[in-house]
Design a protein around this ligand. Structure first.
Ligand SMILES: *Cc1c(COP(=O)(O)O)cnc(C)c1O
Length: 427
């Protein structure tokens, strides 16, 4: 085996250290496989129940009336997530668009939107109008309220209760931490929060930003009371094959509102040609549970590799996982850059490219990004990025197969080791 790694210029020290860690993770990996197994069965069951057929793989053009593949796929999503209905479309351009659509279609002027879990994902700031932006919810007279988490990252029930008024229409809950330092929420924590909110006001719409969370657990937020769950197809549920798209699954009325907003009042779900995209949506969804498992194993492996070398990792090496994101804090610019170079060098695409810190719109410092993906910007594929400033944290996620994530992490450590920035303990 190590001969194969030698051809990737991996030294014996790095290889042995990493192999030892893999051996110690057998039980963790078994647990991840069990979750994948359950989710795989859920997907197959939903596909069989809805008679997914060869005809479903073909697409429509023009208006897209009577698109059997598109309509069946939406039934499959609804069954997997146990919701009344679903909107799964190539016309939803990305996760932010899906979230904006869900919010804008279900809120009306004068309504209040509440985030009981602190600041939402960066790109939602402009959707909501936390940062001034054209066409924001704020411009349309939707009021935004936010309750931050308590210092121990638990929910501030007292202030959440106070923030709910008779105008509160939608509550938005972000499952994954995104680029924040708080932990990601488990489905059961989200369930508790939703129960509390519904006990205060039963008719409020609870929406969960499900990005990066799909299939990491045996249950989804829609199994514990969420009225709508929303995500991107170039993350978990696209399985690496979907080349674009987003989804909204939820209560009939919520999904109907979203469909009328995505296309047009009166037209709703009836239009929207699928062109030739459906096979990738179906096949990606079919692969997603095991792809997510690979990404999760990779994240656990990385946490163990870097924690034992003395770096701070979130989640830590032992924690349960609720999304596929792993943060490693280097407290050092050179180590951070070397890590990203290693990830890039392990990629199947663009492996010859060297990532460099660069100014990006919306950031107050340079950002470094490593990705060699088949689908541009896809973060279910192995990718790493982070702002190049103190504390020099890298967020990394994805990996379509475990051997690829394993190579990526080994290469990242090799890059740091070669620059003499780390000592590898004897194994
Ligand atoms: C990625 C992500 C989004 C936005 O999705 P894009 O496809 O990048 O627009 C929103 N929320 C969370 C938690 C995410 O991880």
């Amino acid at each position: 085996m190590d001969n194969y790694y030698k051809s990737f210029n991996i030294s014996d020290e790095v290889f042995c250290y990493c192999e030892k860690i893999i051996e110690s993770l057998k039980d963790r990996f078994d647990e991840i496989d069990r979750t994948a197994e359950i989710n795989q069965l859920k997907v197959i069951e939903a596909m069989q129940k809805n008679n997914v057929s060869e005809a479903c793989m073909l697409g429509t053009t023009g208006y897209g009336y009577n698109d059997i593949g598109r309509d069946t796929l939406e039934k499959v999503y609804a069954d997997i997530f146990h919701t009344d209905d679903a909107l799964v479309r190539a016309q939803i351009t990305c996760g932010t668009h899906a979230l904006a659509l869900a919010l804008m279609s279900n809120l009306r002027p004068g309504d209040e939107l509440l985030s009981p879990v602190g600041k939402p994902y960066d790109t939602l700031e402009e959707v909501i109008g936390i940062r001034e932006s054209k066409g924001s919810l704020k411009e349309y007279g939707v009021i935004y309220k936010q309750v931050d988490l308590l210092p121990d990252y638990s929910f501030d029930y007292e202030n959440i209760k106070k923030a709910i008024t008779d105008k509160t229409k939608v509550v938005t809950i972000q499952r994954s931490k995104g680029y924040q330092t708080r932990p990601s929420f488990s489905v059961s924590q989200i369930g508790e929060l939703i129960s509390f909110i519904k006990s205060v006001k039963s008719d409020v719409i609870c929406m969960v930003d499900n990005c990066y969370g799909e299939f990491t657990e045996k249950l989804e937020p829609s199994d514990v009371g969420a009225d709508m769950i929303v995500g991107s197809l170039i993350k978990n549920p696209g399985g690496g094959l979907a080349p674009l798209g987003g989804y909204i699954c939820g209560r009939k009325e919520c999904v109907e509102n979203a469909a009328y907003r995505l296309t047009s009042p009166g037209l709703g779900k009836e239009v929207g040609a699928s062109l030739g995209i459906l096979r990738d949506f179906y096949q990606g969804l079919f692969l997603s549970p095991t792809v997510v498992a690979s990404a999760l194993k990779g994240a656990v492996f990385a946490a163990n590799v870097y924690e034992k070398l003395g770096f701070s990792v979130i989640p830590d090496s032992k924690e349960e996982r609720h999304d596929i994101i792993q943060a490693v804090t280097f407290n050092d610019r050179e180590k951070m850059i070397a890590f990203c170079e290693g990830i890039q060098a392990a990629s199947p695409v663009d492996s010859f490219v060297k990532p460099e810190p660069w100014a990006m719109p919306g950031y107050d410092c340079d950002v470094i990004m490593a990705a060699g993906a088949f689908v541009s910007g896809s973060s279910i594929e192995l990718s790493a990025d982070g702002p190049v400033k103190e504390p020099y944290s890298v967020y990394f996620q994805g990996g379509l197969t475990f051997p690829h994530v394993k190579l990526g992490i080994i290469k990242s450590l090799q890059a740091i080791y070669e620059k003499k920035l780390v000592e590898i303990p004897e194994s």
